[in-house]
Design a protein around this ligand. Structure first.
Ligand SMILES: [Zn+2]
Ligand SMILES: [Zn+2]
Length: 166
């Protein structure tokens, strides 16, 4: 018999995210934290690089040599679905993951697809980005709008240097 009190359960409570003026609501769910899932979460939280599943897999493999790529993929999806981490899907690029589940801004390199966090210290700029759009006045070809994202794009330091040098 499964005794939930004997296992490590994490409650992902009803969360309301404010992301660029749009409220998102996450489902209330109980997620069982398996040992593998815990290690995946721990490693991802230590990274600032917003890695792809493959990049994370090569790191996890050092701690869990027998883990498969499919298991890493599956656990990342479960963690993202429950709000422990963020799944970043921008511009049709390979999906990346962020150990920080709180809303924050990202910049994407147009050349290599690398993603980094963007800190905005000026409250004026923040206010201009986080505008409350009246969605009733937006026609999205019949789509029901659930949210919208603001992202920066540019060149990462490595790609910038390479372009400068050539
Ligand atoms: Zn780059
Ligand atoms: Zn981030």
């Amino acid at each position: 018999m499964l005794d939930i009190f004997s296992e490590k359960y994490y409650f992902s409570l009803l969360r309301i995210f404010l992301n660029n003026g749009v409220y998102y609501m996450a489902k209330k769910q109980i997620v069982r934290m398996t040992h593998q899932r815990e290690i995946i979460l721990e490693e991802l939280r230590q990274l600032k690089s917003h890695p792809t599943a493959d990049e994370l897999y090569s790191i996890i493999k050092k701690r869990l040599p027998r883990i498969s790529l499919a298991t890493v993929y599956r656990n990342l999806d479960i963690l993202a679905d429950n709000g422990h981490i963020q799944r970043i899907e921008l511009g049709g690029r390979q999906r990346r993951f962020d150990g920080n589940p709180m809303p924050h801004y990202h910049i994407r390199c147009n050349v290599c697809g690398k993603i980094a966090d963007v800190e905005i210290y000026d409250s004026d700029i923040k206010e201009k980005i986080e505008v409350d759009i009246d969605l009733s006045k937006v026609d999205a070809c019949g789509f029901r709008i659930l949210g919208y994202k603001f992202e920066f794009e540019g060149l990462c330091p490595d790609c910038y240097i390479e372009i400068e040098e050539n």
